[in-house]
Every structure is written in structure tokens, then in C-alpha cells.
Design a protein around this ligand. Structure first.
Ligand code: ATP
Length: 259
């Protein structure tokens, strides 16, 4: 078990190469329990690769990755399966099962806690159904609980995905551009909800975003990647938009990296 003072995420010298492409070139990162960190960077800078190395979707080429006390970089498949029950993943494209209802999609989040497969709402315990309904209510979709997921708007689908993540009872939530498919109004609503419910649950969040304004408004800390290297690591308090935007410029903002 990991002590309470240890960072929930500890990354050292993380490298990831794909057939000659260096996606991550030796990244160090700590994320404290309950912290909300936003990863920024141009397309191709390595943000998604970093998230995927944290839950074992990608095996690092080199370096150490520890999440909730598990050494992810050398974890067995069994350890990875267990780790993934602790780590929720919110995708840009929601990844709901369109022909299933909201309630069924949310219940899927609890599958890591039950033995054997489940087919249909009635095969889950009454307690799990009540918990799923409470999460659906919390994201403001109680009236849509029995509606097919593919009949909902993008913003509503992402709220269902968030409820599914809460149902998983994770320690860490990884969100890969969770609002990139949404219009600005829905993007704001979904980010608001994500930040609020994760804070209420004391969850740790690592989220990639392309919108610097959203990042400055919601994150505790910004981490900027450029060509697989960390070029910014600063608390948002006192950070200006100009300083955050420096990661998109060609000059090396070395002064922006925390000592
Ligand atoms: N599965 C893969 N196979 C080969 N190359 C990959 C793979 N995944 C990522 N890459 C490469 O690694 C680099 C980093 O990609 P990554 O998707 O992590 O960037 P990103 O910052 O998340 O970009 P975006 O903002 O567009 O999602 C890119 O050059 C990309 O082409």
C-alpha cells in the first residue's frame, strides 16, 4: 500500500518510442493526491502517450512509472488489470455503448467490482443500480437514465461517461481531451462538472486540453510538453496566459520549468 504523503503518480525518466518516433523523451512528473493537473502541448507533443503510459495501455521504452503504489512499467497483466480498476479514463469520443441505455453504460463502470459478466440492468444488484442512478442524477441526467446513449447530445454523452467513471470508484482519473468534441458552452459545462465531482470525491485528475483558458481556470497546475519533453511545470496561481502560451512558441521557455 502507498502512504498518504506519496504522490499518487510518480514518473521518472519516461521514454516512449514508436518505430523511430520519440513520443516521450525522458519525462519526470509527480501528481499529488487530489491534485488537478492539466497537460498542454501542440498536437503530437506526447500528451496522450503520457496518459496511456500511466494506465499501462502503452509499455514505456524506458523509465519508471508508479501509480497508486503499482510500478506500471514492469507490471504483470494481472497487476495491470487491477490497476485499471483504480484508474478511470475519460475519452474525447466518450466511448459509450450506443445501443445501451445511460443506466447500463454507467453500470459498466462497476464491472471491475463484480464477478462474472452481466447482461442487462436486472442482473446487477439493487445496491449497484441505486449507486448508478445516483451518479446519473449527479451529472444532471436522471430524466435520460433509460434512454439509449446514442440518442443523447455530445455533452450529455460525456456526462454519462463521467458518471460511468465515478461508478468505477477510481483513485485517478485520466481525461484525454474530454471536451474537444464539444461546443464552447458544453465544453464549459462538462469541465465544470468534471472538476466539481472529482474534487468532491477527492479524486486526482490528469487531463489533456487544448484550451489554455479552460486550463488556467480549472487546473491546480499546468504541465506543458513539447516534442516529448516537459517544458513547463507550474501552479496556475499567478501564472499568466502569456506564460502558459510560451509552450506553443518555438523559443525554449526554460525559465518556465520549475526548479
Ligand atoms: N501507436 C502509435 N504508433 C506510432 N506512433 C505513435 C503512436 N501513438 C503516438 N505516436 C506518435 O507519438 C507522438 C506523440 O503522439 P501523442 O498522440 O502522444 O501526441 P498528443 O500530444 O496527444 O497529440 P494530440 O494533441 O494530437 O492528441 C506523435 O509523433 C505520434 O505520431
Amino acid at each position: 500500500m502507498q502512504g498518504g504523503d506519496e504522490p499518487l503518480v510518480r514518473v521518472r525518466g519516461l521514454r516512449k518510442e514508436f518505430d523511430g518516433t520519440t513520443a516521450l523523451a525522458g519525462v519526470d512528473l509527480d501528481v499529488a493526491r487530489g491534485e488537478l493537473v492539466v497537460l498542454l502541448g501542440l498536437s503530437g507533443s506526447g500528451k496522450s502517450t503520457l496518459l496511456r503510459c500511466l494506465n499501462g495501455l502503452h509499455r514505456p521504452s524506458d523509465g519508471e512509472v508508479t501509480v497508486a503504489g503499482t510500478r506500471v512499467d514492469r507490471a504483470s497483466s494481472r497487476e495491470l488489470r487491477r490497476l485499471r480498476t483504480e484508474v478511470g479514463f475519460v475519452f474525447q469520443q466518450f466511448n459509450l455503448v450506443g445501443r445501451l441505455t445511460c443506466l447500463e453504460n454507467v453500470l459498466i463502470g462497476g464491472l471491475g467490482r463484480v464477478r462474472g459478466p452481466r447482461y442487462g440492468v436486472s442482473t446487477y444488484s439493487r445496491r449497484m443500480r441505486a449507486e448508478a442512478m445516483a451518479h446519473i442524477d449527479r451529472v444532471g441526467l436522471a430524466d435520460q437514465a433509460f434512454q439509449r446513449a446514442d440518442t443523447l447530445s455530445g455533452g450529455q454523452q460525456q456526462r454519462v461517461a463521467l458518471a460511468r467513471t465515478l461508478m468505477q470508484r477510481p483513485q485517478l482519473v485520466l481525461a484525454d481531451e474530454p471536451v474537444a468534441s464539444l461546443d464552447p458552452e458544453n465544453a464549459g459545462t462538462v469541465m465544470d462538472l468534471l472538476v466539481r465531482v472529482c474534487a468532491e470525491e477527492g479524486l486526482t485528475v490528469l487531463c489533456t486540453l487544448h484550451q489554455v483558458d479552460l486550463a488556467l481556470g480549472w487546473a491546480d497546475r499546468l504541465v506543458g510538453l513539447r516534442q516529448g519533453e516537459k517544458v513547463l511545470d507550474r501552479p496556475t496561481a499567478g501564472l499568466t496566459k502569456d506564460e502558459a502560451m510560451a509552450i506553443y512558441r518555438r523559443v525554449e521557455p526554460a525559465a518556465a520549468v520549475a526548479a
